[in-house]
Design a binder for this molecule. Structure first.
Ligand SMILES: Nc1ncnc2c1ncn2[C@@H]1O[C@H](COP(=O)(O)OP(=O)(O)OP(=O)(O)O)[C@@H](O)[C@H]1O
Length: 442
């Protein structure tokens, strides 16, 4: 029996229309949770068949340039010869990582790729003589650290970035994953007006609740106090509150161009000590480095930088403040975000997307998921079958479902401004779009 029929039978005793809808949503939510927990557990199964095919770069790729050299990896901009498409290869030196670590980073990046603000990586991974390598899309404007000047970026741009990154992080946290290495260098820019940015580098990403060592390959000023306090060789439990703190530091740097303190050590760092006293209401004196912010943003920062990790805000809480003014005085427009730039971006983006599609098609690795396909899956998820005999009926039923979703505010395109229940549903809907090919790992 179709699941929606079962639900409707179960609630047939209900009298009023609204109670039927309420009960339907409740039952739906429970089944959503069941699906959610099964998909989340699949996500956490890191594949163990670590056999990587051998390939010389030159067999398939022409390396155009080295984009960057991180602590672990070289990032190459390449031309994929068979498709003439532009692809970025992340090559992690074998001496700096284990194959298990490499597969873990690739697995999380690939599984999270379908979020619009998480860097897409392709289902392509191989080894050369010296490197483990995986392929990903190209961010034409590099990372955020190249864009934030000594005075920061305009408030409006900062809000755009906050909106997108809070959505990406909220998505990860919903899946019990913590990024653990948030910094400007790990936010890639796809549009010079910051209307399209994406989170990257999942090398330190860990499941919540796992015991880990401190990540020593990041900036000290980004570490929350509870991580900073961890001694060398000691381990601590991973919590999403670490991402909240680091996200707060990113917002602060975007607005001001510098970090609020050198380290969140209240004994050694006078700036942090001043903030902590203010945050814990020991004083009403606003610390010098926070005076440029409005009372609303100060409130947000007090919650984000709560010394006590248990009381810290959630990553998505920043959306409660997004419509408020953040800066007391107008920051000078430190970077040009003009329309001229936008126009050139449109050309670049089209090229970049086009390349991705060509590359993906060639590899036959992932299906292109159009809105209609997504809707079909969504409908079948709700137990609603489409009438295959008549396209008119199909259209009519689609319209009915869309109407129903809209009436019940179950818009499945956005992840922001949602409470936990809604996010569960959104996560699950999105999960439905996972490419089937990735299931070979499970
Ligand atoms: N897809 C991409 N497109 C453009 N630039 C990229 C891309 N991926 C990475 N980069 C650039 O390369 C830099 C390093 O990448 P990444 O963080 O993945 O390497 P890493 O070795 O893990 O870094 P870390 O030193 O933080 O450990 C990024 O900060 C960014 O500037």
């Amino acid at each position: 029996m179709k699941s929606y029929q079962r639900i409707m039978i179960k609630i047939s005793e209900s009298k009023s229309e609204s109670s039927i809808i309420n009960q339907f949503c409740k039952t739906l939510h429970h089944s959503t949770q069941r699906r959610l927990s099964s998909t989340v557990s699949l996500l956490h199964k890191i594949p163990t068949d670590c056999e990587l095919p051998f390939l010389n770069f030159s067999d398939e790729y022409d390396i155009d340039k080295t984009i960057a050299e991180g602590n672990f990896a070289k990032i190459f901009l390449t031309n994929h010869k068979p498709t003439k498409s532009c692809v970025v290869l992340k090559a992690v030196h074998m001496e700096l990582t284990s194959v298990k670590e490499f597969i873990k980073e690739y697995h999380y990046n690939y599984q999270l790729s379908h979020h619009p603000h998480i860097l897409s990586c392709y289902q392509v991974k191989f080894r050369t003589n010296d490197y483990y390598v995986f392929a990903m899309e190209y961010a034409p404007y590099g990372d955020l650290s190249c864009h934030v000047s000594a005075t920061g970026i305009p408030e409006s741009c900062c809000k755009k970035i906050s909106d997108q990154i809070s959505s990406a992080l909220g998505f990860m946290h919903l899946k019990s994953l913590v990024h653990r290495d948030l910094k400007l260098e790990n936010i890639l820019v796809f549009a010079l007006d910051f209307s399209r940015v994406k989170l990257c580098d999942f090398g330190a990403t860990t499941r919540q609740g796992v015991l880990v060592h401190r990540n020593n390959n990041t900036w000290i000023s980004f570490l929350p106090p509870e991580v900073l306090e961890v001694l060398r060789n000691e381990r601590y439990v991973v919590k999403s509150s670490c991402d909240v703190w680091q996200f707060g530091i990113i917002i602060y740097i975007c607005l001001t161009g510098s970090s609020p303190w050198q380290s969140a050590n209240w004994v050694k760092d006078t700036k942090y000590c001043a903030f902590m006293k203010y945050q814990q209401r020991e004083t009403t004196k606003i610390p010098e480095s926070f005076k440029k912010f409005t009372p609303r943003l100060l409130r947000a920062f007090r919650r984000i930088f709560d010394h006590n990790e248990e009381d810290r805000a959630k990553v998505t809480d920043i959306m409660k403040y997004i419509k408020d003014k953040w800066l007391n005085t107008k920051l000078s427009q430190s970077r040009s975000t003009s329309n001229v730039v936008n126009t050139s971006f449109r050309v670049v983006r089209r090229t970049s997307d086009h390349d991705s599609i060509r590359y993906i098609n060639h590899k036959e690795s992932r299906q292109t998921v159009d809105e209609k396909g997504r809707l079909k899956r969504l409908m079948s998820t709700f137990g609603i079958q489409q009438d295959k005999s008549s396209s008119t009926n199909q259209d009519a039923s689609e319209i009915r479902v869309i109407q129903w979703l809209q009436d019940n505010e179950l818009n499945f395109k956005r992840y922001d401004h949602l409470d936990d229940d809604d996010l569960d549903l959104k996560y699950w809907e999105k999960e439905e779009t996972l490419p089937t090919t990735s299931s070979k790992y499970y």
